[in-house]
Design a protein around this ligand. Structure first.
Ligand SMILES: *Cc1c(COP(=O)(O)O)cnc(C)c1O
Length: 383
């Protein structure tokens, strides 16, 4: 057994990252400023998108886009239930109805046919998730969006560096990325909103800072007048330069991080092929670059004679951390009780929700760590 605990995730912070943050702290300007502007530019260059707006989190981005689109009572938003709770919570907080759609059993991506069947005259938005760092079926979803006139906002929290048919996720359309500490790059907390629609970019930019057309940095350094006016009530979701300085250093290393993640994932896939009770996800064929945000497996609970929660506890006893991405949103207390959701309504989502587990995966791990995880799994399953 391992003598030290292997966490499920750990950010990779270099001395240069620390120095860059210290420089901002000493500079006299620590909120939104030159580093945030440089981070937005670097992000735009990397993803190839028209506009990138740095925010305090991906959740903030989702809040802003629902607000910008005027989504509220009487509206429906199509989303998977196999996602992080933030998206669904925000739909409900906006007064709209989340319409849960089932996913592919082995990629966890929205099923385009099910999306098509869920469309109604009230549908205002479709929110696919690029799960675990692979890409959702954007060709089919794009076709459905075109034909129905219902826009897409891509949840790209797992997908920095992901390519769909050769193009970066986020290059076209509207997408939201996250820089939470477990994501492929981190700013502590943070997010990026990307869009190819100039009107949407202007609207989000305004809503992120009190509904003013400008922020403090614009006023101070870009010669804009300080007497800015509120165009509409907005929020306070801007990124700080402290966070952006970290983001700049992290973004410069994202391809290196993702290459390491990929090598570790390949090692997992090879070693776990020896273990009959464990099913890794399958990789969609149109994902031409996988970001390997998570290494997700499903435990065959019947064959193993063991529940997923016991499996996770067993790994923890053996000094190995795991994550749960995700317990399906529709089966959580509030959604069961308020929407009458029951197991069986989304068969593939339910099946995964009971069996899913994320194994340790982060750039500073090595193959010996992967082997330790696989040995611990074999040990648990042989009991
Ligand atoms: C992490 C995550 C989010 C939220 O990101 P924050 O930056 O923490 O707000 C949204 N969706 C998915 C699928 C995520 O994994």
């Amino acid at each position: 057994m391992r003598s030290t605990f292997l966490p499920f995730s750990r950010p990779s912070i270099s001395e240069a990252d620390i120095a860059a943050v210290a420089e901002v702290l000493r500079s006299g300007w620590i909120t939104t400023g030159p580093k945030t502007a440089a981070f937005e530019d670097a992000f735009k260059d990397y993803v190839g998108c028209a506009r990138a707006i740095a925010l305090s989190s991906a959740t903030a981005g989702m809040h802003l886009v629902l607000k910008a689109m005027g989504i509220g009572p009487g509206d429906e938003v199509i989303t998977p239930a196999m996602t992080w709770v933030s998206t669904v919570n925000l739909i409900v907080l906006a007064g709209a109805v989340p319409v849960f759609v089932d996913i592919h059993r082995d990629t966890l991506m929205l099923l385009p046919d099910a999306v098509e069947n869920a469309l109604s005259p009230r549908t205002r938005l479709i929110i696919p998730v690029h799960f675990a760092g692979a890409s959702a079926d954007m060709t089919e979803l794009g076709r459905i969006s075109q034909q129905s006139g219902v826009p897409l906002v891509e949840d790209a929290a797992h997908a920095l560096g992901t390519r769909h048919k050769g193009g970066h996720v986020g290059r076209e359309g509207t997408a939201i990325f996250s820089f939470h500490p477990i994501k492929n790059i981190t700013t502590g907390e943070g997010g990026m909103f990307t869009t190819d629609a100039p009107d949407m970019a202007e609207h989000i930019n305004r809503l992120k800072f009190h509904g003013l057309g400008v922020d403090a940095y614009d006023r101070e350094t870009r010669g804009r007048v300080p007497q800015a006016e509120v165009w509409e009530p907005g929020y306070k979701y801007n990124m700080t330069d402290i966070a952006a300085a970290l983001g700049l250093g992290q973004l410069a290393r994202v391809d290196e991080f993702n290459r390491k993640r990929e090598a570790l994932a390949m090692r997992y896939r090879e070693r776990l092929s020896e273990v009959d009770e464990i099913y890794p996800l399958s990789i969609p064929s149109d994902t031409t670059q996988h970001a390997w945000h998570l290494f997700v497996v499903r435990l065959d609970t019947d064959r193993a004679g063991l529940g997923r929660d016991e499996f996770m506890a067993g790994l923890k006893e053996r000094n190995i951390g795991t994550g749960l991405h995700f317990r399906a949103v529709h089966l959580q207390k509030y959604y069961r009780e308020s929407m009458g959701m029951k197991p069986g309504m989304l068969p593939n989502t339910d099946w995964n929700s009971d069996r899913i587990c994320s194994l340790p995966l982060f750039p500073d791990m090595n193959f010996a760590d992967v082997d330790d995880v696989v040995e611990a799994i074999k040990d648990i399953l042989s009991r």
